[in-house]
Design a protein around this ligand. Sequence first.
Ligand code: CO
Length: 419
Amino acid sequence: MKKEFMEFMEQSTTVYQTAAETSRRLEQAGYERLEEKDMWNICPGDKKYVVRNDSSLVAFSIPQEDEGVKGFHMVCAHGDSPCFKLKENACMTVEDSYLKLNVENYGGMIKETWFDRPLSLAGRVVVRTEGLLLETRLVDMKKPLFVIPSLAVHMKRGGEKDGELNTQLHLLPLAGTSADKNILHRMIAKEVSADEKDVLGADLYLYPVQPPICMGLSGELIGAPRLDDLACVYCGLDALLEARPSDKVALLAVFDNEEVGSQTMQGAASDFLLSVLQRIADSLKLPLAPLLAQSFMVSADNAHALHPNYTDKADSTNRPVLNRGIVIKYHGAQKYTTSAFSGAYVKAICEQEKIPYQTYHNRSDVAGGSTLGNIALTNVSVPAADIGLPQLAMHSALETMGADDLEHMASFMTAFYQA
Ligand code: CO
């Protein structure tokens, strides 16, 4: 499983590549792609998936006729990760000697971790094929092309302290010593086999050229960019493909834009998931409300593990650590969806299947993060729990998790789909 996961991570360099790689694996397992613009005719036993905006995906497996359909068991995760995004007219020169890129923040990364790492570029471009006809093409340059050089320690002397890093001032990536500001556009056009003048749009992101690696004296740690939340995406996919059919529709939703608040046409705040559920119900000639009343959602996004050097940052009695099982997340103000009931349901599955679990609360004086579960519930209101894999250095260019927890999460999600 670890090796498969590493391969998945290496392909999934941006949210677009993640949706494509997930689609490829679904197709390989016999899932058929639906288009939102078509009429759907879904039958018992069907395995289908649908993609919106090339970046969000919902896949589902319908129970066989004899099982009936008694609701949806849904796993929701996100395919996007914080990084730097290229602006329009991104190439700029410095004193006629350097070429650098104008970028902006996508989400909240730990900026200093992006210094002095080989970076590449991936995402999608939109190509005009004829007249007003536009076509999306994915692009992943794969090789190291850029670096964000840090300032030498000697140049910080003289009382100047490390202030807050400003992307516009301190983090624009160096692209070489060419003075040709069109060179990147040309490279990208060539990469997608299009004429330069027809490449009219791009959603391109920088990513660290860093394959996932095993660390720890016994290889028990995994280090990789984007573990938040691709580890949960991978486990959800693995579970969907492994699970035995039950009387629930097994569904995996991978949303874009969690890192920027989810309020987009393909984010968790959109009608994407609800629309898919409605269309499944219509197709099966079942009313949606009774199905939803028997459904359950797991919002799967990674959790903060106890930090070995900052142990005071963890809550007093809820201190998840690496390799000790999945994390159930609680929050009094309901940024996490877990309730006494839904948390108990997750625990009951874990105990029945002998899967280790841990619990997480923020320290009461720490704001903590948020995720997509409670946002998705505003459209699809079902009992839900927030869970995740314990990890360190969330939003760093190299995050760390426990290798055993991958198995724990995949086993949990499989049992959830079969419950
Ligand atoms: Co996340």
